[in-house]
Structure formats: C-alpha cells, structure tokens
Design a protein around this ligand. Sequence first.
Ligand SMILES: Nc1ncnc2c1ncn2[C@@H]1O[C@H](COP(=O)(O)OP(=O)(O)OP(=O)(O)O)[C@@H](O)[C@H]1O
Length: 307
Amino acid sequence: MRADEPAVVLQDLFVRYGPVTAVDGLSFTVRSGSVHALLGPNGAGKTSTIEVCEGYRRASGGSARVLGLDPVGEHDQLMPRIGVMLQAGGVYPGARAAEMLRLIAAYAARPLDTAMLTERLGLAKVANTPYRRLSGGEKQRLSLAMAVVGRPDLVFLDEPTAGMDPQARHATWDLVDELRKDGVTVVLTTHLMDEAERLADRVTIIDSGKVLADDTPGHLTSSCERLSFTARAHLPLAPLQAVLPEGLAALEPRPGEYVVSGDLTPQVLAAVTAWGAGNDVLLGDLRTAKRTLEDVFLELTGRELRT
Ligand SMILES: Nc1ncnc2c1ncn2[C@@H]1O[C@H](COP(=O)(O)OP(=O)(O)OP(=O)(O)O)[C@@H](O)[C@H]1O
C-alpha cells in the first residue's frame, strides 16, 4: 500500500439483515493519517459499516478495502495492523484491568508503554480491579487502551466516549489528537456533534444507511449561518418562512427553540424581528452564530441527531 493511498475505501456498500437494509449503497474514503468521523443517529448503520471494515461482517453487496486489503479475505494480514474498540465485551470478566492490557500488548511487535497508557486514561487506580467490577466508563477507557496499545496503523473507535464523564472524555480526545500526530488513521463513530467537530478532519453524515454529506467540519458549517431565538412552543412557521428570502429555512428543533439558517443579512434579522412584532411574539435569547453540525444534520434530515 502506498503512503498516499486511502486507508479505507468503501464503494456502494450494502449490509442487509434479512429484510432490514442497514447499509444502503454507502461510498466514502478515509484519508491515511486522518481522523474521520461517522456521524448519525441510532440505527443509521454506523456500527454495521465499521464491522465490515474490521472484517467481522461480510458485506451483502459492494466492496470494502482497508489498508489496501480485503477485510474478510485477508483478515489475518489486516488484524495486526488495526486496533478495534468494541462497544462491549472482548475481555475475560475475571481478568484485572492492567493484566488484560499487558496481555494485549504482548501480542504486538512495538507496544506502547502500558503503565503510561493506564496513567493517561485515568486507569491507574483500578489497575488491579477485575474487569467485571469496573464502572461503565472505566470499561470504555480500558477498551480504548486495548485498541491503541499495539500501535496500529488504523484504529476503529465505536462511540469511544459513550458513558464517560467529561474528564475521561477530554483525556480520550487528547489521546485521539496524539494518535493523529503519530500518523495513525482513526475512524470513529459518534452521535455527539461536539465530538465530531472537535476531533474530525472529515465527517461523513449517515442516516438510514446512506451518506447525506461528506466533508470537513469547516466546510459543512461555514457555508451558512444561524439565527436562533426562543419563543412560545409550536408557533406556525409558514408565516415566518414566508418573510424569509429564498434559501433560508425556519425550523423548531426543540419545542420553543427556533432556528433560521442560511445566508444571514441585516435585512433577514429585521424581517424576523418584524415578524415577531407583527405576531405578538417576544423573541428571547435572539442571537446569530456560525452554523453547527447539528443544524446541518437537521436541515439534511429534518430530524434531530439525538434521537
Ligand atoms: N444482527 C442484526 N440483525 C438484525 N438487524 C440488525 C442487526 N444489527 C443491526 N441491525 C439493524 O440495522 C440497523 C443499523 O444498525 P447499526 O448498529 O449499524 O446502526 P448504528 O448507526 O451503529 O446505531 P447506534 O448508534 O444505535 O449504535 C438498525 O436498524 C439495527 O436495528
């Protein structure tokens, strides 16, 4: 595999479970050495996609190449080069945390220092605790440590910070930054917007097994801006939409929270406040800001990401 070759290439990928099509013609590539986030709501097909990349699931159609290899046909060659963080399992329940990490490290040619990793991820205090006694967040951190300890070329992190407290989440984000600096490719799934915005060089937004957008977080969020305000819940939006120039959308993502997104001008702001005055609607917390990934997702799907 050449250095400039993508780490992952998916072409027209399908995964079906009986009548359910979980992945529906997905195509995207992951640049070598980048952090790439798959962002989507529950059931979007993120885990199924990752499992195909890891070689744990056979695609129902289309193709996947990972580090230039076929993940199923060349699984044995691929395994030593990838790190996998599973949502659960993969650990003997009676094994102690540090013992488990040392065991995984023993399989690697050039492992990271396990004591350093345990310290970094705040696991030193529970190093001698059996796996089954660890909290959910501690299990997550151990699973992350196990995924990276072998210095893989490519790491798959499935919802890496689910169940972690803010401190552990930041430690995880710092570790991902370091992996990127070391030239490791990271593919992570998340439904946390801030995580994708904070970490990813590129984001693929997935819903119902299809790609809705695939771009850098900067590009996805910079083309437009957002105007938000609070008011009575469930106001009719058609009259507001009617006073907005073409290309701007008015939405109520949560009851009582309104967002107008698109190219904002002083005239748009004036039109919105005039609409408020004309309809006896007091606009609370009125502000303009850059569009967020959450807005992008809402516009693309009409739904919130956190379902
Ligand atoms: N083994 C299976 N058998 C049947 N249906 C499945 C199976 N695994 C997943 N699915 C279905 O496929 C769809 C996609 O699931 P998948 O786990 O890939 O989504 P996801 O984006 O990772 O979701 P989450 O964020 O909840 O983990 C869902 O509708 C799910 O119910």
